[in-house]
Design a protein around this ligand. Structure first.
Ligand SMILES: Nc1ncnc2c1ncn2[C@@H]1O[C@H](COP(=O)(O)OP(=O)(O)OP(=O)(O)O)[C@@H](O)[C@H]1O
Length: 401
């Protein structure tokens, strides 16, 4: 039975009850090693049994948080579309709740997963449109903006994790072909970091050349501190690493060309890749003029970009657009307990650093849990600052109660 969503709030009736039920459970974090082991020795029936429950749990946890977004944002056409997609997918997967794990059921489930993956393909852009619609219609107050920022980090990392589970199952046990015979699902047990770096650089350079008719070169240094002199490889999802590198290269190239001008000799982008016992570290250094500390704080904000907005008809792949490159890349890094941050010197350039866990048993999924604290953070107002400092241009104001 389909639940009617047109008349009431986002999630109503029996759907809301099922959401309440599944959101009581915490998502089960897996390590890359567990993904790998299961991909090698698991069976499709076991994978199906785990997934049909885990997907409902992960969806329910985030859908509950969705309902706590500012009502004005939930009323925007694009946000409504996204919430409908989630409700439809949750209902689609509920159909398998009580079913057995016969090969016919598993095949039906795999077909359903394909539909769900396709339905959610444009969630990021559509949610971004929802924010633009909100800004254009009404503006956003600081309390709401903080809550939205907190939600989007959780929403997108949840989405990354759900797609990981689905893709992994469909490649290992369904009809989707792996990228190479070496891959286990979407994981490469011997991901060649150098070739991912080159791939990302060349593709970013292609966009940069097309947009500015020039682009900086790259100087790459690799250092394997674990197996001296050997190429660096790690167990990783190459598409995630590629995504981060591509976004950081686009930013470094844009900053370099805009700071030096198209006619100048452009300074190289320097890249260092080091594999240690615990971390794989990558540093991308540009001389694109850097940013001030005030601006640096805002760069992970989903509502911040200095680039003109991308065309809405999708005609041309822009070099920069919604301002999602950095926040999303940081989520890809954090998803398996890595991190990404920028160090900048205004007037000179920026270093972007990525850290990934080099040991697959330590690379554990970071997943949002719907809880009292998440409810509070989503709905809380701005924090009252308890430090005294002079705000330029505002004079000395009486303390606010
Ligand atoms: N290396 C850098 N040097 C200087 N400024 C930077 C650098 N990296 C990012 N920025 C600034 O941060 C802003 C946000 O970057 P981000 O990658 O999140 O979004 P974007 O590049 O504007 O758009 P897109 O969504 O296409 O990535 C950029 O618009 C730019 O002003």
């Amino acid at each position: 039975m389909r639940f009617s969503r047109k008349l009431l709030g986002p999630f109503v009736g029996s759907l809301a009850k099922k959401l309440d039920y599944y959101s009581q459970f915490q998502p089960s974090s897996l390590t890359i090693q567990q993904y790998l082991d299961f991909g090698r020795i698991g069976t499709s029936a076991n994978s199906y049994t785990f997934l049909k429950n885990e997907l409902l749990v992960r969806l329910a946890n985030i859908m509950q948080e969705f309902t706590l977004l500012p009502p004005k944002l939930l009323q925007m056409p694009s946000s409504k579309m996204v919430s409908n997609w989630y409700a439809e997918s949750f209902e689609d997967l509920l159909l398998f709740e009580a079913s057995d794990s016969s090969p016919e059921q598993v095949a039906r489930f795999n077909d359903q997963l394909t539909v769900v993956l396709k339905r959610h393909a444009h969630v990021v852009e559509t949610m971004a449109e929802g924010l633009i619609e909100l800004r254009e219609s009404d503006g956003v107050d600081i309390a709401s903006e903080k809550g939205i920022q907190y939600f989007l980090d959780r929403f997108y990392i949840n989405r990354i994790s759900i797609r990981m589970l689905q893709n992994q199952h469909l490649v290992v046990f369904g009809n989707v072909l792996p990228e190479s015979p070496r891959h286990v699902g979407c994981i490469d047990p011997a991901c060649d970091v150098e070739s991912v770096v080159y791939d990302a650089f060349e593709n970013a350079r292609f966009l940069c050349d097309r947009y500015y008719l020039t682009s900086p070169s790259m100087k790459l240094e690799m250092h394997n501190a674990v197996e001296k002199g050997k190429p660096i490889s790690i167990v990783a999802v190459p598409s995630h690493l590629y995504h981060m590198m591509f976004e950081l290269f686009k930013n470094a190239m844009r900053a370099t060309v805009e700071y030096h001008g198209v006619d100048d000799d452009l300074p190289d982008i320097k890249v260092y890749v080091v594999k240690g016992q615990e971390d794989l570290s990558i540093k991308i250094c540009d001389r694109g003029g850097g940013v001030s500390r005030t601006i640096l704080e805002r760069l992970y904000n989903y509502m911040y970009s200095t680039a003109p907005p991308p065309p809405r008809d999708g005609t041309q792949a822009p070099l920069a657009g919604y301002g999602y490159g950095l926040p999303l890349s940081r989520l890809y890094a954090r998803y398996f307990l890595g991190d990404l941050f920028l160090v900048s010197m205004e007037g000179h350039g920026t270093d972007a650093c990525i850290y990934l866990k080099a040991v697959p048993v330590e690379a554990s999924e970071v997943l949002p849990i719907y809880s009292t604290s998440s409810r509070r953070n989503l709905t809380m107002g701005p924090q009252v600052a308890d430090w005294s400092h002079h705000v330029p241009g505002q004079g000395n104001r009486p303390a606010q109660s």
